[in-house]
Design a protein around this ligand. Structure first.
Ligand SMILES: Nc1ncnc2c1ncn2[C@@H]1O[C@H](COP(=O)(O)OP(=O)(O)OP(=O)(O)O)[C@@H](O)[C@H]1O
Ligand SMILES: [Mg+2]
Length: 266
C-alpha cells in the first residue's frame, strides 16, 4: 500500500478512462427502452445526459457499470467490455445512485468505510484518513457520526458523492445529483462535480434534468428521448436549439387551456 493510497481519497494516480456506447439497445419484455444509442466520452470529460422521465437515463448508466446487459450493441470502459464483470475489477468506477442508496443502519463514517474495508485498502487508521478527507472535500466533517435518517436531502446527496470518492474512482457516474435540492445546494453540488473533474481529471457522466448544471459544467450534452439520442453536442448549442423536440424539452410551455384539463370543468 503506497503512502498516497493511505491518505488520499483521490490521488490522481490512475488515468481517467474513456467510454464508448455503440448501438446500445435494451428491451424489457416487449418494451424497448434504448434503441441504438451511440456516443463516446473522452477521458476527463464531463458528459451530461438529459431527457424526460422514463427515457432510459438510469438504465443507460447501469449498463456502464455492468448492472444491466445490452439486448444488442455494447459499451466499453477504458477499452474493456462494460458488460463483463471483470471490467469492474480493472477500472474503478462509482455510481452515485439517484436516491443515494446509503445503508440506513450504518453511520456516515461506516457507509464511507465499507468499500475500503471490504477491499482491504489499508489498516483502520489509513481508512479513517481516506474517509475524513472525502468528508472534508464535501464539507461534511460534522456529519461523520450521524445516521442517514438524521441527514437532510442535500447532505445525503453529498454523503453519496463522498462515498464514491473514497473508491478513488477513474469514472464517476452521477444519477440526478441535484434533484430535490434548493437552488443554492444544487449550485454547490454542481461546483463540486466540476471541481472534482478539474482537480482529478475524473471522467464524469452526469444524468440530470438541470439545464443550469448542463450549461455551466458540461463539455458535451446528450438528450435521450423515445429511446434515441435526439441531441449530442456542446451545451452552447442548447441555447438556440433547432430541433423542436429539444426546444420543447428545455422550455416546456405551461398551458392551462390544454384539453387534458377540460374534464375538470363542471
Ligand atoms: N429492471 C427493469 N425492468 C423493467 N422495466 C424497467 C426496468 N428498469 C427500468 N425499466 C423501465 O425503463 C424505462 C426507463 O427507466 P429509467 O429508470 O432509465 O428512466 P429515467 O430516464 O432514469 O427516468 P427518471 O428521470 O424518472 O429517473 C422506464 O419505463 C422503466 O419503467
Ligand atoms: Mg432515473
Amino acid at each position: 500500500m503506497s503512502a498516497a493510497h493511505s491518505t488520499s481519497p483521490l490521488p490522481g494516480a490512475a488515468p481517467a478512462v474513456g467510454i464508448t456506447v455503440e448501438g446500445l439497445s435494451k428491451r424489457f419484455g416487449a418494451f424497448e427502452v434504448l434503441r441504438g444509442v451511440s456516443f463516446t466520452v473522452q477521458p476527463g470529460e464531463i458528459f451530461v445526459l438529459m431527457g424526460p422521465s422514463g427515457s432510459g437515463k438510469s438504465v443507460l448508466l447501469k449498463h456502464l457499470v455492468g448492472l444491466e446487459r445490452p439486448s444488442s450493441g455494447r459499451t466499453t470502459v477504458a477499452g474493456l467490455d462494460g458488460a463483463d464483470p471483470a471490467t469492474r475489477e480493472r477500472v474503478r468506477m462509482a455510481l452515485v445512485f439517484q436516491a443515494g442508496a446509503l445503508f440506513n443502519s450504518l453511520s456516515v463514517y461506516d457507509n464511507l468505510a465499507l468499500y475500503p474495508r471490504e477491499h482491504r485498502l489499508g489498516n483502520e487508521a489509513a481508512i479513517r484518513d481516506r474517509v475524513m478527507r472525502a468528508l472534508q472535500i464535501l464539507s461534511l466533517e460534522n456529519a461523520v457520526q450521524k445516521f442517514p435518517a438524521e441527514l437532510s436531502g442535500g447532505m445525503k446527496k453529498r454523503v453519496a458523492i463522498a462515498r464514491a470518492l473514497v473508491m478513488e474512482p477513474q469514472l464517476l457516474l452521477y444519477d440526478e445529483p441535484t434533484s430535490e435540492l434548493d437552488p443554492v445546494m444544487s449550485a454547490t453540488i454542481t461546483e463540486i462535480i466540476a471541481t472534482l473533474r478539474q482537480r482529478y481529471q475524473v471522467t464524469s457522466i452526469v444524468v440530470s434534468h438541470d439545464r443550469d448544471l448542463a450549461l455551466a459544467i458540461a463539455d458535451r450534452v446528450g438528450i435521450l428521448m423515445g429511446g434515441e439520442l435526439i441531441f449530442l453536442g456542446p451545451p452552447a448549442d442548447l441555447r438556440n436549439p433547432t430541433d423542436p423536440r429539444v426546444a420543447d424539452f428545455l422550455n416546456p410551455r405551461i398551458d392551462l387551456e390544454h384539453p387534458r384539463f377540460k374534464h375538470l370543468e363542471t
